[in-house]
Design a protein. Sequence first.
Length: 469
Amino acid sequence: MTVTAPMARKKGLFIRTYGCQMNVYDSERMADVLRPLGYAPAASPDDAEMVIVNTCHIREKASEKVFSELGRLRDLKAQKRRDGQDLVIAVAGCVAQAEGAEIMRRQPAVDIVVGPQAYHRLPEMVARAARAAANRQGTSKGAGVLDTEFPVEPKFDYLPAPSTVKGGAAFLSVQEGCDRFCTFCVVPYTRGAEYSRPAQAILAEARGLVAAGACEITLLGQNVNAWHGAAPDGTTWSLAQLIRALAEIEGLSRIRYTTSHPRDMDDSLIAAHGAVPKLMPYLHLPVQSGSDRVLEAMNRRHGRDLYLRLVERLRAARPDMALSTDLIVGFPGETDADFEDTLRLVREVGFAAAFSFKYSARPGTPAAMMARQIPDDVRDARLQALQALLGEQQRAFNAAAVGRTMPVLFQEHGRKPGQLLGKSPWLQSVHAEGNARLIGSIVDVHIRATHSVSLSGEIVTVEPVEAAA
Ligand code: 5AD
Ligand code: SF4
């Protein structure tokens, strides 16, 4: 007779992620840290014993959206309690950091509020929540466990390394927080001071990711090019040095990094774009505005000329370099002439892609207190004009790919049967018919057509012929 050890009962964990890639990365780390407690991914909140809402504070009405989602989860929790089950509700991310106490007060069904610097303490918080829930059986009141402390010790030392890589592409968080204090931005308040992980830990995580199937790694940080970390040789490396060390990892074919600040693009990083073929010819470099006056009011600490010069130097180092950016219209005090300067800068650069936003006041940030807030209809009109121009540029950039052959990292199935979906070196989405075995590998594709936001083509690499039996 075989005796099998009793299996730990699996509990469903559903994580809803809003916002940036850092949040996506954080959600995966939260899932990793909770796995030893028996939590496994659930398909929906209905199937879950725990739901984490990983919030983002950047977008307009971010907290209202969180509160309406929490209202729905409170109802689900009440329903589950009636059925003799439980639902742990946790709120993570930047809204949790900024409004943790308010969340607890306004939505008592919430069990856990966890700030971005405290994810490694989640297991302990879940245990506390479970004890509190046991004492409150029959009500849908939450446990009220809150941890939004900034770290006394860096959380990265306590988080498990990522365990899985899907489709050959992985994210690796190297830097958190920001010291730049742009006047519109909440990040320095919600994510705290700039912190760079040591190079050794990053290299070890990268090797682990490559061993788990990653051929592309995107280094993440709120201000990633400010990264400067303790190096194995006892010195302090710049991001360029880190990238050169990562490029030595066999099996790693593509390196990207995001998001960068123009003032932190140093000579060595620009040079790395020319010298390291694995560094992809695509850079997300937010400019926010093309007006020197507005840039100054935003506390960006650079003018339009510095940005344009950077673009020139990047293209000189790597002629096929494509750029994407973030832009804000309707910053307080922005005149028609300022907005024209933004359009002029966009025309001069020619972006491959861009995210553009209407300015919206974030409580507690200096810009929220500035005079001459711009009326909504003006902000709308400017956003529309800007997006029309950016859309034209993106279409032109994609159209230029037709007829070319480019390496594509296939990451998943496409929408149609037999179709694969991947990314070009310039981060364009590319569809092609192909064998599912190609997911996770880089294959040459001849581009035939452009669609609204993607390309399609045919695989040109000859697939290995399977030996006859
Ligand atoms: N209003 C509008 N857009 C903002 N962003 C950040 N804060 C605000 C705000 N208060 C945009 C910036 C940033 C991107 C992530 O979000 O363009 O680069
Ligand atoms: Fe926010 Fe980026 Fe400015 Fe930092 S550099 S304050 S993250 S916009």
